[in-house]
Design a protein around this ligand. Structure first.
Ligand code: ZN
Length: 146
């Protein structure tokens, strides 16, 4: 077991090294002072996405969506509710595919909403279609175990 967790700030991108025993729920970024976890999934740019996925010591769950996508808007509050339950053991972020078309192509996104789960910089699972918060949590938990 690692004695420290690397948590990437969603505001400034700084990597915060936290003792594993520390409750990160109330932690603040050592660089910019923003909360490390707000209980709400952060909307990220392509640059922030790469930093979260590449540097996070915790699993990163990405919701790829777009503003015009009806099922995505339905799933938004469900994803947020799941984030509030799963943080700080898991980082929840949202990627607007319209704002990051090159990254969406690199990720091979064919339909939205699609969720991708990353661990240690690698994609370990993905699923497409709107899901309830309970199903999101179950899917992510099962994917981690495998
Ligand atoms: Zn910060």
């Amino acid at each position: 077991m690692a004695e420290h967790n690397h948590v990437v700030c969603t505001s400034c991108g700084a990597v915060n090294r936290l003792p594993a025993s520390h409750d990160a729920t109330t932690g603040k970024c050592g660089k910019c002072g923003e909360p490390l976890f707000s209980g709400q999934p952060a909307e990220v740019s392509a640059v922030q996405f790469d930093r979260q996925v590449g540097k996070s010591g915790i699993p990163v769950l990405v919701d790829v969506w777009a503003p015009w996508c009806g099922p995505c808007r339905v799933m938004g509050p469900q994803f947020a509710a799941a984030a509030a339950k799963a943080e700080p053991a898991m980082r929840f972020i949202k990627l607007n595919s319209d704002a990051a078309p090159e990254l969406s192509a690199r990720l091979g996104i064919r339909s939205i909403p699609t969720m991708l789960l990353f661990q240690d910089g690698h994609e370990i699972a993905r699923v497409s279609g709107a899901m309830s918060s309970a199903d999101i949590l179950k899917w992510a938990t099962d994917a981690r175990r495998n």
